[in-house]
Design a protein around this ligand. Structure first.
Ligand SMILES: Nc1ncnc2c1ncn2[C@@H]1O[C@H](COP(=O)(O)OP(=O)(O)OP(=O)(O)O)[C@@H](O)[C@H]1O
Ligand SMILES: [Mg+2]
Length: 221
């Protein structure tokens, strides 16, 4: 389902030094519906790799195929559309829009956000993450764990094929961490989405059927 080939990215440095290679991943595939934890130290390129997979950052060379589409070949408008249709992204810091309620945050990215079906679907997702009764709350009125659960609902709203999660539980205590991971895994299983979680935390990685170290797939580290 996800197939990465010969993916390379070097970042130019601010002080005019030669670009520093961050990603050099010759070959990595993730099957439909698989759940994978990818472990790496701070600065090893985890966020960069997720951003490449999501088409938020473009590589210097190589392919990122989701089924038959190489996202690196799409123009910006098509990449945005493709991402919205196929990929859910759960961020380290949740990035909820502060001026919008939990419900609106979930509904905003949806294809039919403006209509009743959109609202009903968003409410249904909030129910699934245990926050139906918080639908009208603003992010500042929610705890960190609750905000992260809204972020999960938002990422799943368009029934993506692939969910990418960047240190999704780093702001949570261990009980909330486990609850959020379980929820994420269960909801991805329900919709048949593959899930890639990047983390530096072995306790997170242990909860996944498949664990890889970034150095297993990335030659830079
Ligand atoms: N826009 C950028 N320009 C230049 N260098 C960058 C840029 N973004 C990231 N880097 C560098 O790329 C390397 C990898 O960064 P990345 O954010 O992918 O690491 P990470 O594994 O997600 O780290 P963390 O666990 O701390 O989030 C770092 O050394 C960083 O300084
Ligand atoms: Mg990171």
């Amino acid at each position: 389902m996800l197939d990465i080939r010969n993916l390379r990215l070097a970042y130019s440095s601010p002080d005019g030094e030669p670009p520093t290679p961050v990603i050099d991943t010759p070959d990595w595939s993730v099957a439909a519906g698989a759940q994978v934890a990818l472990v790496g130290a701070s600065g090893s390129g985890k966020t960069t790799l997720l951003n490449l997979i999501a088409g938020i950052v473009l590589p210097d060379s190589g392919e990122v195929r989701l089924d038959n589409t190489d996202i690196t070949r799409l123009n910006e408008a098509h990449r945005d559309r493709f991402r919205a249709d196929n990929i859910g992204y759960i961020f380290q810091s949740v990035h909820l829009l502060p001026a919008f309620t939990a419900l609106e945050n979930v509904a905003l990215g949806m294809k039919f956000a403006a209509n009743r079906a959109g609202t009903a679907h968003a409410l249904d997702l909030l129910e699934k993450v245990g926050l139906r009764e918080r639908a009208r709350y603003f992010p500042r009125q929610l705890s960190a764990g609750q905000q992260q659960r809204v972020g999960i609902a938002r990422a799943l709203a368009n029934r993506p094929k692939l969910v990418l999660a960047d240190e999704p539980t780093s702001a949570l205590d261990s009980r909330n961490r486990d609850a959020v991971l379980d929820l994420m895994q269960r909801l991805c299983t329900d919709i048949g989405a593959a899930l890639i979680v990047v983390t530096h935390d072995e306790a997170v990685a242990r909860r996944f059927p498949t664990t890889l170290h970034l150095s297993d797939i990335n030659r830079v580290n």
